[in-house]
Design a protein around this ligand. Sequence first.
Ligand code: FES
Length: 187
Amino acid sequence: MDPSSAPHPETPADPGRREFLTKACTVAVGGVATIPPLLGGIAVAFDPVRRPNPSGTGFVRVTRLEALPADGVPRKFTVVSDRVDAWNKFPETPVGAIYLRRISETEIVALHSTCPHAGCFVDYVPGRNHFWCPCHNSAFGVDGSIETVGSPSARGLDGLAVEIRNGNEVWVKFQNFRTGSAEQIPV
Ligand code: FES
């Protein structure tokens, strides 16, 4: 066998191949280095959308006292408010739903209609005088407290602040809360 034709383990890499590998590494490292700033830019661009809607933190006029049954049976209302994001304003848009219950001449209790477990809408069941979530069978007392033993929901229905203004207007501080948590955390 001709020794010159045998592969030599210590033969240096082909210069062209070495140059190609060097350039490929440079491109790969450069590409990885641009990912964090790129992600940061995307986050900044979309941040206003992710931010809580400022109009969702204020009081909203929902109804009048006379619309609520005097016997304390809850009644469901759609909450309508201006919705604003970084680029648009949507006037008079449904932003959620609540239950209102009249507990005296001038006292109203407001409960969010969303189940704190995973966000399904709860229904008021007149025959049992309680709220029930059809998604995973959580039940809540008419005051919003947990009724189910081993309840899937870790907390009761979320209460909302209520004010009576101008004699008979019912205003509610509508806001959403994180689901799946035992704590009431505004989002
Ligand atoms: S979403 Fe209501 S019990 Fe799961």
